[in-house]
Ligand binder design. Structure first.
Ligand code: ADP
Ligand code: MG
Length: 697
């Protein structure tokens, strides 16, 4: 089977070397297998003909039989258009062309019967179709009732006259040969249990559907298959890891007891306690931990991280914590240092701006084992950073690191991989987590520390600025501090910087007697730190900043946040920003400023923020609005190359696929049973699966 589908695409009849090169470049179609998996992204319904009288502008498209009665041209210059009158006895409509008019006049003749297809639009009292598909009625097309697949095509291909129809013809050609080579790749038991269509039928129906019903079944089958194999692979990785990767046994708790008794600054929440227990079980198990710790902003992940570090150190290991930015790394360092000093534990900070002499000392103490806690940015990953015995590595804000970086941390202990804890404050919907982090164990802090007042979120238009400023003044006079956040997006950073500076000036004018700080990404780290420190100490009352403050900054007295141009932020980013307030005992506020005119999506984002503080609810909405692609960010790996399944819409199928993959692997982890042989074959030929599967064979 593999051999046939590995055939280079240029050998398909109708392709040839030149087209092959284009298909490769534009659509990443290299082989027969790639082509057949280039599924249509929608279908045009040509299962019936409509009459002009029935036509309604709400229809996505209509197919009508009728006669072209006459042509006329209207307008002039670039407004010139060709209009054909088209009638079917129930009414008259217009067919309109803005381009290619001569070609139409040559080909389409008044007095002839045609089938037209296109999107109807209302034009005064009658309907029109712009640039319809049009062909003369023949016995064949008059009787043909079908769903026309539509394939994605790049502009470049279109300009070279390769359109969706042409891809369809290639698929038809391929299918005539391919059918004999398609093998079932799901076990009988699954096909029966879920009444799934056979693979060969599904591959045909997805490209050449016989009916809506058959198409739906083909889609369900292929989605299930796709998600099932992703889950099988992820779960298999987990099994392999559990079997093969020993971890240090970190079970000594004496330091923990000391810390709990003498230094814990507050009572842990039940959720924090539960999560610590889960991690403790992993650390003492002798199996390498790979755990994701999810907790909404402000849920108290830092102390959990410290307690885990302590557990490892207590058992004689060294520890590291890696953060995505310099600011965050410093913040962690400041926070953890307070705890570490109480426990007399050596701790150091290593970032890109650490001086050379200091670096040398750190390297030395890491190698001889004196240094117990190293906090830093990705500078931690550098070659010279060698530990004597790294036992636990914590990665904060995972979504900013790639999978590759995660595994580079593993290499920091040559004998035994360190335990790895990934912390993220971006709640990930369950189904997505199942796939994105399907190979990790997951812990969730689903509770905020007691006594927090929920943040009040308001949406205000720019025209309300005076009132908003009045409110800010009130808050500042009551002793609070305020963040004012501006968007800063890399590509347009010059313009954004200007907005920020303009904003700073107008705030300075509105609050001439108030000390104001400003922080943005283009500043030198020292200058940034200086301003941050002033704000933290309460010397300045307003902090004008870009999203550099998005993560980690902790100033409990700052209880008001104004987000300018809030419509330019994504939902999870807004939520993340909002998490910077609400950390103290006072009532906190988040004010979203936008213009009056807002798109539907922007409005839904604002409404969601105003409605809820729940990170998971926000993540679900975000996923719905943006699709999973953006959420994955750097996470995206070959593994998640989904051709047909949609992580948002197909959650139920995903759930079932996950369950079934779990069942299969629990009875047959090596896929050695005869009834699973096709699964094994499939896994071995999957792209990007080489690493994990070579480890077991
Ligand atoms: P995040 O999960 O966003 O990293 P932090 O660890 O920064 O949250 O905690 C937010 C704030 O809550 C910090 O000021 C921290 O000291 C405090 N905090 C954490 N856990 C508790 C708790 N159990 N009780 C009271 N305050 C807590
Ligand atoms: Mg944090």
């Amino acid at each position: 089977m593999a051999a046939f589908f590995d055939t280079p695409i240029e050998y398909l009849k109708g392709v040839g070397p030149q087209r092959a090169a284009m298909l490769q470049k534009e659509l990443q179609i290299f082989t027969f297998g790639d082509l057949i998996q280039h599924y249509p992204f929608r279908y045009e319904d040509r299962t019936r003909f409509y009459t002009i009288a029935e036509t309604d502008e709400a229809m996505p498209h209509v197919q009508i039989k009728g006669r072209l009665t006459q042509f006329r041209t209207e307008g002039s210059g670039h407004k010139k258009r060709l209009v054909g009158a088209f009638t079917d006895g129930t009414g008259t409509m217009e067919l309109v062309w803005f381009q290619g008019m001569q070609w139409v006049l040559d080909k389409i003749k008044p007095g002839v019967d045609y089938i037209v297809f296109g999107k109807p639009a209302r034009y005064g009292r009658s309907f029109s179709i712009a640039h319809p598909e049009i062909e003369p009625i023949t016995g064949r097309n008059e009787d043909a009732r079908f769903l026309q697949p539509v394939y994605s095509i790049s502009e470049k291909l279109r300009s070279r006259y390769v359109d969706s129809k042409q891809i369809f013809r290639l698929q038809q050609e391929l299918l005539t040969h391919a059918s004999a080579h398609i093998r079932e790749n799901l076990p009988d038991s699954l096909l029966k249990k879920y009444r799934l269509m056979a693979k060969t039928d599904a591959m045909r129906q997805i490209h050449i559907p016989d009916s809506h019903e058959q198409l739906a079944e083909a889609q369900r089958r292929l989605k299930f298959e796709e998600l099932f194999f992703v889950q099988l692979q992820l779960l298999r990785m987990k099994v392999v890891r559990h079997e093969k990767f020993k971890g240090l046994v970190l079970s000594d708790t004496s330091m923990l007891t000391d810390f709990y008794k003498n230094h814990l600054p507050f009572t842990l929440t039940d959720a924090q306690k539960r999560v610590i227990r889960e991690i403790y079980q992993d650390l003492k198990s002798g199996i390498q931990m790979n755990r994701l710790l999810q907790g909404d902003v402000g849920s108290g992940k830092t102390i959990v991280a410290f307690i885990c570090l302590l557990q490892a150190i207590s058992s004689g290991a060294q520890t590291a914590l890696m953060a995505p930015t310099e600011i965050l790394a410093q913040q962690h360092y400041q926070n953890l240092k307070r705890h570490a000093e109480k426990m007399q534990l050596p701790i150091a900070l290593l970032t890109g701006s650490t001086k050379k002499a200091e670096r040398k000392v750190i390297h030395q103490y890491l190698r001889d084992g004196t240094l117990k806690i190293l906090i830093g940015t990705h500078a931690l990953l550098e070659e010279e950073v060698q530990f004597k015995s790294l036992g636990l590595a914590i990665i904060d804000e995972q979504h900013r690191f790639g999978v590759g970086q995660r595994s580079r941390l593993w290499q920091k202990n040559a004998r035994v991989y360190p335990h790895v804890l990934v912390m993220t404050a971006t709640p990930i919907p369950r189904t997505l987590a199942m796939t994105l982090y399907g190979d990790l164990d997951i812990s969730v802090i689903d509770e905020l520390p007691k006594g927090r007042k929920p943040i009040k979120t308001l949406h205000r238009y720019d025209s309300h600025r005076l009132q908003v400023n009045g409110f800010l003044r009130q808050q500042i006079e009551a002793g609070r501090q305020v963040y004012v956040v501006y968007p800063l997006i890399e590509e347009s950073s010059k313009l954004d910087l200007k907005h920020l500076m303009d904003g700073y000036e107008s705030i300075s004018r509105a609050f001439p007697d108030v000390a104001i700080s400003i922080v943005h990404g283009k500043m030198k780290p020292e200058a940034k730190d200086f301003e941050m420190a002033r704000f933290k100490k309460g010397e300045t009352k307003i902090m004008v900043a870009t999203t550099v403050i998005e993560v980690g900054v902790d100033v409990p007295n700052a209880s008001v946040m104004v987000i300018e141009n809030a419509e330019r932020f994504g939902l999870s980013q807004l939520h993340q920003l909002r998490g910077r307030v609400g950390r103290g005992a006072e009532q906190s506020y988040c004010i979203l400023m936008t213009g009056f005119k807002l798109g539907a999506d922007s409005r839904e984002r604002m409404d969601t923020m105003v409605r809820t503080n729940n990170g998971f609810e926000i993540a679900e909405t975000d996923l719905k609005l943006r699709g999973p692609g953006d959420l994955m960010g750097t996470q995206q790996s070959g593994l998640l190359d989904l051709h047909i399944a949609d992580l948002v819409k197909d959650q139920q199928i995903l759930q079932a696929a996950r369950e079934e993959a779990t069942i299969v692997l629990s009875s047959d982890p090596e896929l050695r049973l005869p009834e699973h042989s096709m699964l094994r074959t499939q896994m071995q030929t999957r792209k990007g699966s080489k690493v994990s599967w070579s480890q077991i064979s």
